[in-house]
Design a protein around this ligand. Structure first.
Ligand code: URP
Ligand code: ZN
Ligand code: ZN
Ligand code: ZN
Length: 468
């Protein structure tokens, strides 16, 4: 028969519209959209379901080596399982650079690890030490292998860059046509606040949030934008936590700058009060920037509706509650600055944004698809291949039951982490079946993908062009 697969009778949703049609797949790609597509080796009936492009999560920390010599618990295999369970079919992860070291060996090892997984993937190259050797000799080799973006941290020891170093990263990106993603918090300001709390004996998880107030995020965001403007290099501001920070992006966009903002599910669901839970429980919600207040959730939605925050990634960065690599690796009474930062959210991302967004009437179906799939694919340089349902695109599809009510539990997250910060949260809307390049990889929560089936995504021409 002429086609490999037909997905029949579904409601196909893309960023630009919704239509009832069948999707024909051949050789892992969409080859036809319409009615009466003929016969196929496999037919899936999507009656009553939405057919969405697979989620594209451009901010995931997976099997990432840490400065202390450990590696993240989430492997590319377990992350693939979790992603497919939550309707995501593409992830962009990170290759670290450690100060005093080059990047080639880390890149090679990351490629090897990711090749064991089942999900299509790319990397952002983290730069923490822009030496001439790294920037002039090694970086071009990594770029030639298909890395299209750099990640710069303006906070964290030992990752943060000085302004001079950040400028070097921006200049290199401009020269090579890369995108730059930035973690914006003022390192010295956070360190000052932390030291003040610790000196007063305030060590509990809640002081994590109090030591990283909005102003330190807003300042670093404004500074990153100013330096990007100076160099005429586009940037995406990672994990914007509230409208006050997004206002910096509003002003940049009004000046015609190529500056984009990403937000995450935690900034529309969690609050700083979650870090105030009894015992050490608050550690389960510690990420940076910290979740703010409930009123900020509505501010983030407003910025999503305005298109200022046009990508919602998970920033999946899992540390189990228990275990020697986890949140309590320095003890259940560790001070807040000794707890690893980051929370898991790979599988929860689409259900949370659909439920809080579409089901509660805050955004349209099309805006949802743009936010979790089409826009991240475009910013990652994958437009036309990922994040859309169109002839010629990879056949990455999610069959979505818009009416299914689910109480989220850690088991449903299907990840390697022993908790989810969203335990007990009720959502309306859930992925029933995930298809990656024409192959069913998840049905009713059961992942059937073959390890080693994930492909490396070469990302080129990621930079949309220099700013005027
Ligand atoms: O707390 C967070 N977000 N951890 C992950 C690393 C990062 O800052 O993106
Ligand atoms: Zn430092
Ligand atoms: Zn970050
Ligand atoms: Zn991150």
């Amino acid at each position: 028969s002429p086609l490999d697969l037909i997905v029949r009778n579904g409601t196909v949703v893309t960023a630009s519209g919704t239509t009832r049609c069948d999707v024909g797949v051949l050789g892992g790609r969409v080859v036809a959209l319409g009615e009466a597509l003929g016969s196929a080796a496999e037919v899936i009936d999507a009656s009553g379901l939405l057919v969405l492009p697979g989620g594209v999560d451009t901010h995931c920390h997976v099997e990432e080596p840490q400065a202390d010599g450990t590696v993240h618990e989430e492997s590319f295999v377990s992350a693939s399982r979790s992603a497919f369970s939550g309707g995501t079919t593409t992830i962009i992860c990170f290759t670290p650079q450690f100060r005093g070291e080059g990047i080639l060996e880390q890149h090679r090892r990351n490629r090897e690890r990711a090749a064991c997984g089942m999900i299509d993937h790319g990397f952002h190259q983290i730069i923490t030490d822009p030496t001439p050797l790294v920037m002039e000799e090694e970086l071009p080799q990594v770029i030639a292998d298909g890395v299209g973006s750099l990640k710069a941290f303006l906070t964290y020891d030992p990752l943060h860059l000085t302004d001079a170093q950040f400028l070097e990263v921006l200049v290199a990106a401009r020269r090579h046509g890369l995108m730059v993603h930035v973690h914006c918090e003022n390192h010295d300001a956070v360190a000052w606040r932390q030291a003040a709390f610790l000196a007063e004996g305030h060590t509990r998880p809640r002081y994590h949030a109090l030591s990283r107030p909005v102003v330190v995020e807003r300042e670093a965001t404004g500074r990153a934008i100013a330096l990007a403007e100076l160099v005429k290099q586009p940037i995406q501001v990672f994990h914007v936590s509230c409208a006050e920070v997004a206002e910096e992006i509003v002003r940049a966009q009004a000046r015609g700058l190529h500056v984009w903002g990403e937000t995450c599910p935690q900034y529309v669901t969690l609050t700083a009060a979650d870090m105030d839970r009894p015992g050490f429980e608050g550690a389960k919600f510690m990420c940076s920037p910290p979740p703010r207040d409930a009123v900020d959730h509505e501010g983030v939605w407003a910025m999503i509706r305005r298109g200022v925050l046009d990508v919602a990634s998970s920033d999946h960065c899992g540390f189990s509650y228990d275990g020697d690599r986890g949140k309590a690796k320095n003890g259940r009474d560790a001070s807040f600055d000794q707890v690893p930062n980051g929370i898991p959210g790979l599988a929860a991302r689409l259900p949370i944004l659909f439920s809080e967004g579409v089901s509660k009437g805050r955004i349209t179906l099309e805006q949802f698809v743009a936010l979790v799939s089409t826009n991240p694919a475009r910013i990652a340089g994958l437009a036309g291949r990922k994040g859309c349902i169109a002839v010629g695109a990879d056949a990455d599809l999610v069959l979505w039951d818009a009416n299914k009510r689910v109480t989220m539990t850690n088991v449903l997250m299907n990840h390697a982490i022993d908790y989810t910060p969203y335990e007990g949260m009720a959502v309306t809307g859930w992925p029933i079946c995930t298809i990656a390049r024409g192959v069913v990889v998840m049905r009713d929560g059961v992942v059937t993908a073959q390890p080693g089936s994930g492909r490396w995504l070469e990302r080129r021409h990621v930079n949309p062009g220099p700013m005027l």
